[in-house]
Write a protein that binds this ligand. Structure first.
Ligand code: ADP
Ligand code: MG
Length: 290
């Protein structure tokens, strides 16, 4: 057997087709968290997910990371469909190629281990060659400002320190896809800027595809593409600062909020093509149905 050459093939492409996700509550009700998400993220692309609380951002992120399986629809990482991966294979993908930093400061780390031990644990599945190619532990801790905390036990750390360590662990494997759910929510402005710089450096150095959920406009502004979730769907997208509404399944278009107030449900409109790239929407003189 020949030894495989370690090469970092850059970022992973991500594709969602008609992704639906339901949660069953303790009372037995179904909560629809995602209702038909179609989304493609190119290899190496960096995207910020925005949207109000409850719009499905965290759910979508855990599905992309293979932590939960969608109730319906398909998710592809590269050419492989996540639902078709066996548990062991998926575990390997998650340990080596796809890093997910979950929302909240407690779920990503071993609470009774030190910072150093947490990083070693995160890198357990890497081959010796991959480990050699990865960022040295001291540099990783330095990048998130935790060089003094290398031997500190996680349970004695502040929320912000845990958040920075969780990100260090997530990037420590040099993943092809990094998914981070509100990675800067508990950080000072200065720490936030360092963390965001670390995330972008992963993209610059390895071509990693990056998806970050955030509520902070300063964080979103560092991403060339934003995806805004609305009621379990992709509501709108931003590219290089311009906002676009996304045409959904069956041709549905959401009006931007400020226009929706002036054009209430039931308004009759006529839609006519003006040329190949413009539609004109005009209100009818007739009263709409009450
Ligand atoms: P966001 O991250 O945008 O705030 P979530 O993905 O966390 O949104 O939640 C989407 C919807 O799913 C919400 O209505 C939320 O209450 C519901 N939900 C999330 N997690 C669970 C769960 N474990 N059990 C039941 N409902 C859930
Ligand atoms: Mg969330």
């Amino acid at each position: 057997m020949t030894t495989a050459v370690v090469e970092r093939p850059g970022g992973l492409r991500v594709r969602c087709e008609g992704v639906v996700h339901l949660y069953r509550t303790f009372e037995g009700h179904d909560v629809v968290a995602l209702q038909g998400v179609d989304l493609t993220i190119a290899a190496g692309e960096r995207v910020a997910f925005l949207g109000p609380s409850g719009s499905g951002k965290s759910t979508l992120l855990t599905l992309l990371g293979g932590i939960q399986k969608p109730s319906a629809g398909r998710i592809f990482l590269g050419d492989e469909e996540v639902s078709r991966m066996g548990e062991r294979y998926l575990a390997r993908v998650r340990a080596r190629r796809v890093s997910t930093m979950l929302q909240g400061s407690t779920r990503n780390l071993l609470a009774y281990a030190t910072a150093r031990q947490n990083i070693a644990f995160a890198r357990l599945a890497l081959s010796a060659d991959e480990r050699r190619a990865a960022l040295p532990e001291a540099e990783l801790l330095g990048r998130v400002g935790l060089e003094q905390q290398a031997d500190q036990v996680v349970s004695t750390m502040s929320g912000g320190q845990r958040q920075r360590l969780a990100l260090a662990c997530a990037v420590s494997t040099g993943p092809q896809l990094l998914l981070a759910d509100e990675p800067t929510s508990q950080l000072s402005h200065e720490d936030r800027d360092h963390v965001i710089a670390l995330i972008h450096s992963l993209g610059d150095d390895l071509g990693t595809t990056v998806v970050v959920v955030t509520h902070q406009p300063e964080v979103a502004a560092t991403f060339p593409r934003t995806v805004t979730m609305k009621g379990g769907r992709v509501g709108s997208e931003g590219r290089d600062g311009a906002e676009y509404v996304v045409i959904g399944a069956e041709g549905v278009v959401h009006l931007p909020t400020h226009l929706a107030e002036q054009w209430p449900p039931g308004t009759l409109v006529r839609i006519e093509p003006e040329d190949a790239s413009r539609l004109v929407v005009s209100r009818s003189e007739q009263e709409g149905p009450a």
